[in-house]
Design a protein around this ligand. Structure first.
Ligand code: TXA
Ligand code: MG
Length: 346
């Protein structure tokens, strides 16, 4: 169902709210990716999320609330650091993990002692939270381990027949998931998942935070089950390379259909160039194909385009994706993290 992103239609919100009150699932847009929502206080409703996604029960969900006041009511400790971060980044793409109250069902937290909470900035998500009055558990609205959806079409492609309603507000602005930060009772922060809010932005507010090493399977898996290595992956086999074109051409020589994500070439084409501006370079006498997609040089714009570009490459049926290595700076951290996960396990 279409719903305006800036001025959500009341009737559509009420219909979605009714479904959520009945314990059904509703997919809705946030500023990061589309979420698959259920009443976080209703274990049966939350159970439907795990069933629809095929998600392992030990991987806990993020609880979405209307504001910091609601967040503080779900936890046993609300350190000063949480308050300061909430004031700076909420509503927005920062998720705080804190000790939970028992009103949060076990199924939401994977039985663990903490709960992940965020206040989404998208007006449709805000309207939905205001309508129902209860917190919404919402993971990304995709099958477990697949790419997160940044459009309603992506949700439909992954979840068709598994959910009752999708609120469609067009492409999400952020394009990558929220940053997940664990906060101790004393307010010490540990970055569990890089995301749209960078570590430097967090440290500017609460001082130094601990960072788990990039793509470190063992350590991260224990701290945050969602950091399981293979995740956020397209169907095609993906690799990251400093000089992607010759490698893509070599693979095409074996008959592979190869997509290349190049960064800001002189063409300066739109991201997702597959829709038209893409350069298809069928190598002379080779059976394969190389499709070069020119991604933005700016990290935020690259993040916004990444999943939709990978979704499109899946749709056109490439067998391999070669991604040009992204810069090593902090603002590319979440992108490096997702590309690392997309390329693991093949
Ligand atoms: O941007 C986002 O965060 C999106 C939108 C829909 O809000 N949601 C999202 O949810 O990405 P999901 O379920 O795909 O990822 C949630 C992440 C996982 O890595 C999960 O392990 C972690 O948050 N997480 C949730 N609860 C946790 C907890 N209590 N302790 C540690 N990690 C937790
Ligand atoms: Mg997800």
């Amino acid at each position: 169902m279409y719903i305006d992103a800036l001025n959500p239609d009341g009737a559509a919100i009420r219909r979605a709210g009714d479904m959520l009150c009945r314990g059904d699932l509703v997919a809705f847009p946030t500023e990061t990716v589309y979420g698959l929502g259920a009443n976080a206080l209703d274990p049966a409703a939350v159970g439907k999320i795990f069933a629809a996604k095929g998600r392992p029960s030990h991987n806990p969900l993020i609880v979405h609330v209307a504001d910091a006041g609601h967040a503080a009511r779900l936890v046993t400790e609300w350190p000063e650091a949480a308050q300061r971060l909430a004031e700076r980044f909420w509503p927005g793409p920062l998720t705080l993990v804190l000790p939970r109250r028992t009103m949060i069902p076990d199924i939401v937290t994977g039985g663990g002692p903490t709960v992940a909470i965020r206040v989404p900035a998208h007006r449709v998500a805000q309207a939905l939270l205001a309508e129902v009055g209860f917190p919404l558990a919402a993971p990304s609205a995709n099958l477990s381990e697949q790419l997160s959806p940044t459009t309603a079409a992506h949700v439909l492609g992954s979840m068709k027949g598994r959910i009752g309603l999708i609120l469609d507000s067009g492409p999400t602005i952020g394009g990558l998931e929220s940053t997940v930060l664990l906060l101790s009772g004393a307010g010490q922060g540990t970055l569990l998942r890089p995301g749209l809010v960078s570590p430097a932005e967090i440290e500017a507010i609460i001082g130094p935070i601990a960072r788990l090493r990039d793509n470190n399977e063992g350590a991260n898996a224990n701290a945050s089950p969602g950091m399981m290595a293979r995740h956020y992956a397209p169907r095609a086999r993906l690799q990251v390379e400093s000089d992607p074109i010759p490698i893509a051409q070599y693979l095409a020589g074996f008959g592979e259909r190869v997509g290349v994500l190049a960064i800001g070439t002189e063409l300066g084409a739109e991201p997702s160039a597959l829709r038209g501006a893409g350069t298809e370079e069928p190598g002379e006498d080779r059976r394969g194909t190389v499709l070069v997609i020119h991604m933005p040089q700016d990290a935020a714009a690259y993040a916004a385009a990444l999943y939709s570009t990978l979704h499109e490459l899946d749709l056109v049926g490439v067998s391999r994706i070669v991604v040009e290595r992204t810069p090593e700076t902090d603002e590319w951290l979440a992108i490096r993290d997702r590309l690392g996960r997309a390329s693991t396990g093949h």
